[in-house]
Design a protein around this ligand. Structure first.
Ligand SMILES: Cc1cc2nc3c(=O)[nH]c(=O)nc-3n(C[C@H](O)[C@H](O)[C@H](O)COP(=O)(O)OP(=O)(O)OC[C@H]3O[C@@H](n4cnc5c(N)ncnc54)[C@H](O)[C@@H]3O)c2cc1C
Length: 636
């Protein structure tokens, strides 16, 4: 019987490319697996002792003059400031002169810098996520580490990493630049031709990590495949002469081009790591996806919430403050809803990562959800701030974040692809307790492993299915329902790659469950507001239930076995919306949590906070109010 089952499964599994297989084998699992097992254990809460001094951050913020980071006519002074003051060293070990931060601290620092200026945040984030620093630390030869890491830590070298080009965007290795192993004067060398675009920091970098497909037609090395190498500015044949302008956001982004010769020891990790490039990149991707982009989204959400919280109380129309209007209250509830989710999920994910895990699927969820929810929060904030957020000037605290949102959504795995292909598609293989082991047993023709895991999946699926008929607390019950539904959807096998609407909806449910858990986790640790916690969890669960219903309706005959999982969703009532708004206005714990890790000093946010503490007759009130209400005026 197992033989025919083995054959059946073999025909059912999709064709998996070597790059997909590497992605599947990279990183590990955490709450994503527990969700699919229907049982949750939260990680250990991490409290850290600050390594990077608060005074250094404050000094940067006090000095920062809001000038554009790039392009500029100030000789790249902010990039130089960051580099020289160790802001680019947060992944580098102390023994090389770095200030290696815990994930929690790195995330807090990035959030705070981004709250002042998102471009300053991007410039800090890039050297501290996927790039030469991390790649050298993990895979560099001792010589490479000794040579480059101290220079990266002290800011002498500014890194960037170039993977994508005109023909390789989402399909990063599809039509990637090529390199060839050649022999010059009896020595092995690599000849490469690169045409990279969209590379952050490239216009100011002097140490470029580049990825290319190495070919060895004359079998000189006997190795080939995606390879990562380092090349320094000024290398003969390397061209760094153009930059892009991503929505006037003001951070350096540009091209790396040219045809040049590399020594073998310019390959990161030396000859041994030729052909391992994709694996190395996949293993490192969790920082950018799981830490940096969520931290920037968190900053945008927090600034938007804090600013609007104060603005709507001071801005009046029709003789009443905006905050007294229900239409505004509803929009503000949407802002706090998404902000609370982003803040909570950042906190949970940081703790998971600081506990030593690198969960690939959770990182993808974080990347997609926080950037997407950041966009939703900012859209609502822009509507409330209205003309004041459209016109540039001192009082506009939103526009920088608004312009930055599509960038976070596009980079490091564009959200459309991440949602509809990666989160559930990869999650199914990676996070499910039995699917990958079965896949692996089929790929390796290992019948014993197949039998063991096949029996495992059968009892796991039946157990979960019967559990769906039982009772349970709301979120815990929805987790079990989703885990059981997953086992039915998994029967689609390789078809799921094409059925991206289904995969996208399953990704949303999977993500929402993780986010709802994070909101509970945040409440356990910070105890800010039970009412807000319950509201957010209920709304997330409502969104998920609608999707569960939709997925079941779109399945084949198996949907008849799942009818009991479909439920009528009782939407949030107007009264609940009113209660939530009052809670946020009156329970100071909430706004105090939002305020954490954003910089509120000598800026419009400080004015906004202060104005609401002053008596209307205080002369300072009018001064501040005018500053808040007026928008930038420029000479014609
Ligand atoms: C400001 C900025 C900074 C960047 N920084 C860097 C950097 O430092 N280093 C670097 O190497 N790269 C960098 N990138 C490149 C970035 O990673 C790519 O832009 C990204 O991978 C998307 O590629 P693309 O823009 O060519 O979109 P495309 O690949 O053309 O995708 C177009 C659309 O199709 C969707 N899509 C594509 N394939 C699928 C699929 N199979 N299923 C469903 N949907 C799909 C995508 O989600 C997207 O919505 C940066 C880009 C920008 C804009």
């Amino acid at each position: 019987m197992y033989r025919s089952l083995f054959k059946f499964v073999k025909n059912k599994i999709p064709r998996i490319s070597p790059t997909e297989l590497i992605a599947l084998r990279s990183g590990n699992t955490s709450l994503d697996r527990q969700i699919l097992q229907g049982q949750i254990n939260f990680p250990r809460k991490i409290e850290y002792t600050q390594k990077f001094p608060e005074e250094s951050l404050n000094e940067l913020f006090e000095k920062f003059d809001n000038s554009t980071i790039y392009p500029n006519d100030n000789d790249n002074k902010w990039i130089k400031y960051l580099a020289e003051n160790k802001y680019f060293s947060f992944l580098i070990a102390e023994k090389y002169g770095g200030i290696k931060l815990s994930v929690n601290e790195l995330s807090d620092v990035l959030t705070k810098i981004s709250s002042v200026d998102p471009s300053l945040g991007v410039a800090t984030m890039v050297p501290n996520s996927l790039g030469p620093g991390e790649l050298l630390t993990l895979y560099g030869t001792e010589e490479q580490k000794d040579n480059f890491l101290p220079k990266l830590a002290n800011g002498e070298m500014i890194p960037c990493f170039g993977l994508t080009g005109p023909d390789n965007g989402s399909d990063a290795t599809g039509s990637i630049d090529k390199g060839t192993v050649i022999k010059v004067d009896g020595k092995l060398k690599i000849k490469v031709k690169v045409n990279k675009r969209y590379i952050t920091l490239a216009p100011v970098a002097n140490l470029m990590g580049i990825a290319f497909e190495l070919e060895d037609p004359d079998n000189l090395i006997g190795k080939s495949g995606v390879t990562l190498a380092l090349v320094e500015r000024g290398h003969e044949g390397l061209i760094q002469d153009t930059h892009h302008n991503p929505l006037n956001a003001g951070f350096p982004n540009g091209t790396i081009k040219g045809e040049f010769i590399l020594d073998i020891d310019q390959v990161i990790g030396g000859e041994e790591n030729i052909g391992n490039g994709w694996k190395m990149l996949m293993e490192c991707l969790s920082a950018g996806r799981g830490i940096s982009l969520p931290a920037t989204a968190n900053a945008g959400c927090k600034v938007g919430t804090f600013g609007i919280f104060n603005y709507m109380k001071v801005r009046k129309q029709f003789k009443i403050p905006l905050s007294n209007m229900e239409a505004i209250q509803q929009k503000f509830n949407n802002i706090i809803y998404n902000t609370w989710i982003v803040q909570s999920s950042v906190s949970l994910t940081n703790d998971i990562l600081d506990n030593g895990n690198s969960p690939a699927v959770l990182s993808a969820i974080m990347k997609q959800q926080t950037t997407e929810r950041g966009r939703m929060a900012l859209n609502e904030a822009m509507d409330i701030h209205a003309g004041a957020s459209i016109c540039l000037g001192y009082s506009n605290f939103l526009e920088k974040f608004y312009r930055g949102t599509p960038i976070g959504i596009t980079v490091e795995g564009s959200n459309t692809l991440t949602r509809s292909l990666i989160i559930f598609g990869q999650g199914l293989n990676k996070s499910h307790p039995y699917i990958y082991p079965i896949l692996d047993s089929v790929l390796n023709e290992n019948m014993d492993k197949f039998k063991k895991n096949f029996n495992g999946i059968v009892s796991h699926s039946l157990g979960l299915y019967f559990k769906t008929f039982g009772f349970g607390k709301d979120l815990e019950k929805q987790i079990v329902d989703f885990a059981a539904l997953t086992n039915f959807v998994a029967l689609k096998g390789g078809l799921l790659k094409k059925e991206q609407m289904l995969s996208g909806d399953m990704a949303d449910i999977f993500s929402n469950l993780y986010l709802a858990l994070s909101v509970r986790y945040y409440h356990m640790n910070n105890n800010a507001s039970e009412l807000l916690t319950n509201y957010v969890v209920k709304r997330l669960m409502n969104e998920s239930q609608l999707k569960i219903n939709k997925v079941i309706d779109n399945l084949g005959p198996e949907r008849f076995l799942l009818q009991h999982l479909k439920k009528t969703v009782k939407d949030i009532k107007y009264e609940e919306e009113r209660n939530l708004f009052n809670e946020v206005m009156n329970n100071e714990n909430i706004i105090n949590e939002v305020k954490k890790n954003i910089y509120i000093k000598n800026n419009i946010l400080e004015d906004l906070e202060k104005v609401n503490t002053l008596d209307k007759d205080d002369p300072k009130f009018k001064i501040l109010k005018d500053r808040i209400i007026n928008v930038g005026e420029f000479e014609n």
